[in-house]
Design a protein around this ligand. Structure first.
Ligand code: NAP
Ligand code: GDD
Length: 329
């Protein structure tokens, strides 16, 4: 039985990836912060239903010894490094912790794998945010990086570290350059979930207005469940390589709003208020993926459309809130 180690297992992607790999017959191990173990009911809302099938280890991205010990004891065949401070807005508020956690965390886990289990395949969660002020549209594996946030900078460093461990030490280490992907398990701070949760609250009479920042920003939004399949396909290759994963479609934040409110039978103009405080100091204006390499080499294509994604998220939030549940599934 193949063993997998997932950092950030209780995040959005970690939860879908765990389900996917359990179905494939993997023994699934995950790293979480110790504080999460103290309050599992709150922290593990995305993985509660599979907790009896996976093995959880407490570890910190800030501590090399804690990561090394877990790698040495689990001895995984594959490691998916998903843990990160992933909220771009917050990275402007606390540049230092985002950069420390994301760069050192990636460095520590790469080094731990190299020392403890050098044959283990390694996946790094890179991002379209690395393209930032993109030189071209759409973006592919050859598009130069121009990050526009501390988060983006930390991910470029993680990408470079991963490539260097591949080139210098011959490790099977690769990066998936994933564009925005969402789901009913998306964190509430990200714009899609903020919108669908607000739509459900407004529909149920629990909220009167939704405050948002830049509605003109353009993103390539896909479904997280589709993207974890791409991660796994990359890791089944004989030779490591980096891949762009997205849908090749771009939509504005406003288009997402229109669809989400429309699906609930509401007119967004009655509720959405622009709040200048929610604009970012520097913005990524347009992201659109050219995923032709992944299609050709991995045979991967997204299955869930933008329209289906928006409806799935609104329906899930309506259903959850109708059951009287708060910030959980
Ligand atoms: P997410 O839901 O925010 O999950 C992030 C995970 O990282 C959580 O499990 C979180 O644990 C963990 N984490 C954060 N700081 C940590 C620390 N100091 N020590 C240990 N664990 C820590 O993110 P996601 O959407 O699943 O994304 C997964 C990865 O892909 C991230 O690296 C993200 O940057 C990257 N990515 C995401 C997208 C996207 O659109 N979703 C696109 C490209 C790349 P807690 O629950 O304890 O906070
Ligand atoms: N979060 C948020 N909140 N974003 C808003 C708001 C708001 O109230 N109003 C407008 N936006 C705009 C942001 O300015 C941004 O242009 C866009 O909505 C998307 O913001 P987020 O949903 O926070 O995602 P992101 O694109 O910054 O980052 C996500 O995708 C990256 C991949 O491109 C995260 O998942 C990153 O971890 C990931 O790497």
């Amino acid at each position: 039985m193949k063993k997998v180690l997932i950092t950030g297992i209780d995040g959005q992607d970690g939860s879908y990836l765990s389900e996917f790999l359990l179905e494939k017959g993997y023994e699934v191990h995950g790293i979480v912060r110790r504080v999460s173990l103290e309050d599992p009911g709150h922290h593990f809302w995305r993985i509660r239903h599979i907790l009896n099938k996976i093995k959880i280890h407490a570890g910190s991205l800030e501590s090399y010894p804690s990561l090394f010990k877990i790698c040495a004891s689990v001895k995984p065949d594959e490691c998916y490094h998903l843990a990160a401070q992933s909220f771009v807005s917050y990275s402007f508020e606390d540049e230092f912790s985002t950069i420390n956690t994301n760069i050192n965390g990636t460095h520590f886990i790469l080094s731990s794998i190299k020392e403890a289990v050098p044959k283990c395949k390694f996946y790094f969660a890179a991002t379209s945010e690395m393209f930032g002020h993109a030189k071209e549209v759409p973006q592919n594996e050859d598009t130069p990086f121009h990050p526009r946030s501390p988060y983006g900078i930390s991910k470029v460093a993680g990408f470079d570290l991963t490539r260097n461990y591949r080139e210098a030490y011959g490790m099977f280490a690769l990066s998936g350059i994933l564009f925005n992907h969402e789901s009913p398990r998306r964190g509430f701070e990200f714009v899609t979930r903020k919108i669908t949760n607000a739509v459900a609250e407004i529909k149920l009479g629990l909220l009167k207005e939704l405050r948002l920042g830049n509605l003109e920003a353009k993103r390539d939004w896909g479904f997280s469940g589709d993207y974890v399949r791409a991660m796994w396909l990359m890791m089944q290759l004989d030779k490591p390589d980096d891949f762009v994963i997205g849908t090749a479609e771009t939509h504005t934040v406003q288009e997402f709003i229109e669809l989400a409110f429309g699906h609930a039978g509401l007119d967004w103009k009655d509720y959405v208020v622009i709040d200048e405080n929610l604009y970012r100091p520097s913005e990524v204006n347009i992201l659109r993926a050219d995923y032709s390499k992944a299609k050709k080499i991995l045979g991967w294509e997204p299955k869930v459309t933008f329209q289906e994604l928006v409806k799935m998220m609104v329906d899930a939030d309506l259903e959850r809130l109708s059951r009287g549940k708060g910030n959980c599934k």
